[in-house]
Design a protein around this ligand. Structure first.
Ligand code: SAM
Length: 231
């Protein structure tokens, strides 16, 4: 019952359309009505976005580059990508998240190509993109499901794949704090942490290798960032 693709996926979707939407919209937003923990997570997440933008721009200008932002949330990455001229295909399992992202993009992307947003789960994504990015979504996938998800995302990417996830190294530390992020298991979603070695193995199995790694951490936010390319 805890598996993504089974009951868990419906729970995740329901969460991100309701209480999770309210919570994360605030964290990813700019308003002052956040508590200390939420403010810290906002900071950590913004560092992840900044790092990813850096990784992406390192390889040259983004004008005309096609990017799939898988599990786009409120568009925290999609919008700056569009401002840099990337052709962005953004999707999320939550219709509420997608609607919020769409509104923000309409306001914020002046002149550039507004991302194409869709309500879609990762599993049903198709097509080919220069780059596929999936930030802070793996936390909803147990490792056995994460392997398949990573393989699927790699199959959509022609040049590179960027993934961020909560590292297992901080397991106990994080577990203590996870209660702040997600309501109890009876009410909403569990959080799954991943070891970099497991992610690397999943990538290697489908012919990809890690080219860059990074770690973003604040007091309450941890993310390992990997950029992978065909081996
Ligand atoms: N990537 C965004 C960012 O970094 O700003 C959002 C991260 S948020 C913590 C996780 C997002 O993943 C939520 O918007 C949620 O709806 C989405 N999500 C969870 N499971 C998903 C799935 N199976 N397919 C697509 N999106 C999913």
């Amino acid at each position: 019952a805890e598996e993504v693709g089974g009951g868990d996926k419906d729970v995740v979707k329901e969460y991100f359309n309701n209480s999770g939407f309210q919570r994360w919209k605030k964290i990813y937003g700019e308003t002052d009505d956040v508590n200390r923990v939420q403010r810290d997570i906002r900071l950590g997440h913004s560092k992840t976005v900044e790092n990813v933008m850096g990784m992406l721009k390192d390889e040259g200008p983004l004008t005309g580059v096609t990017v799939c932002d898988a599990g786009c949330g409120t568009g925290s990455l999609s919008i700056p990508l569009a401002k840099e001229g990337a052709i962005v295909f953004a999707s999320d399992i939550s219709a509420a998240m997608v609607a919020e992202a769409q509104n923000k993009a309409k306001e914020e992307v002046a002149g550039g190509v507004v991302p194409k947003f869709e309500v879609k789960d990762l599993e049903s994504l198709e097509g080919k993109y220069d780059t596929v990015v999936c930030l802070d979504v793996l936390i909803h996938y147990p490792q056995n499901k994460a392997d398949g998800m990573i393989a699927h995302l790699a199959s959509l990417a022609e040049k590179r794949l960027i993934i961020s996830f909560a590292p297992k190294t901080f397991y106990y530390d994080l577990l203590k704090r996870v209660g702040e992020l997600f309501p109890g298991p009876s009410k909403a979603t569990r959080a799954y942490l991943h070891s970099e070695a497991d992610v690397e193995t999943a990538l290697r199995r489908v012919g990809w290798k890690i080219r860059k790694r990074g770690l973003v951490s604040t007091q309450f936010y941890f993310a390992t960032l990997v950029e992978a390319v065909p081996a």
